[in-house]
Design a protein around this ligand. Structure first.
Ligand code: PEP
Length: 256
């Protein structure tokens, strides 16, 4: 059985002090909600800014929450000003890292080849990559959604270690931060395509074991409907993850 994963992408929000205030309020509420009693099947992750990672790791220690990185470089050390070393993320006991988020692709020129190198580098140090894929509005309107997301998936997995885990996040670019949500049918279809592609590119076991999250303007008001789709195993949440109560409500979404 796949875990249901609720992941926060804080993007470039929150200072170390704000991170502290968030977890001080959030963690007791999460424990009290009872979700934490079933940690094997409900994972709660926070992709925090790199500058908050160290503080966040200390704050969540001993809780049922994991902290991850939003970006990583594929070399371990060297003259790569401003980049995050996978080895250092591992030393900070960071279990997850995002790869290929659409903002990295669109604003920082991250290519499919680079996502492959990042997945390989993360696997090499025992960190689970969450590979983000998703089509632009133009690609959707041009009928190219499936082709684009399968290409991004295939490229991102090209250099992976097949013995290690991955998580996939389907995030239609037109739904990120826009308030527009994919309809359950649109999301359900994309997730089914990705599940099938995982089987073709890897194996039936990989397809069965890999959580595929939906991301794009998920809020407490729309999360239950999205979670009802068969192949949707959780959410990657931007805006609604910044407030304690809205993110807690998303963590409590029932998976039908
Ligand atoms: C994201 O950044 O991954 C995201 C899904 O953002 P939002 O929830 O704000 O659309």
């Amino acid at each position: 059985m796949r875990p249901f994963v609720v992941a926060a992408n804080w993007k470039m929000h929150k200072s170390p002090a704000e991170t502290g205030a968030f977890f001080e309020a959030f963690l007791p509420k999460l424990e009290a909600s009872g979700i934490a009693k079933d940690p094997a099947f409900r994972k709660v992750l926070f992709f925090v800014p790199a500058l908050d990672l160290y503080v966040a790791q200390k704050l969540v220690k001993g809780s049922h929450v994991c902290v991850g990185a939003q970006n990583v470089y594929w070399e371990t050390k060297g003259a790569f000003t401003g980049e995050n070393s996978p080895a250092v993320l591992a030393e900070l006991a960071t279990p997850y890292a995002l790869v290929g988020h659409s903002e990295r692709r669109a604003l920082f020129g991250e290519t499919d080849d680079q996502t492959a190198k990042k997945v390989k580098a993360l696997h090499a140090v025992g960190i689970t990559p969450m590979l983000c894929v998703g089509e632009t509005l133009e690609e959707r309107e041009g009928g190219r959604t499936n082709e684009v997301i399968v290409r991004q998936l295939q490229a991102g997995l090209a250099e992976r270690d097949a013995t290690k885990r991955i998580i996939v996040a389907y995030e239609p670019v037109w739904a990120i931060g826009t308030g527009k949500v994919a309809t359950p049918d649109q999301a359900g279809e994309a997730h089914a395509v990705l599940r099938k592609a995982l089987a073709t590119l890897g194996s039936a076991a990989l397809a069965d074991a890999t959580p595929i999250l939906y991301g794009g303007s998920v809020k407490p008001e729309n999360s239950a409907e999205i979670a009802r789709q068969k192949d949707i195993d959780g959410f990657l949440v931007g805006g609604a993850s910044l407030e304690v109560d809205s993110f807690l409500a998303l963590c409590q979404t029932a998976k039908a």
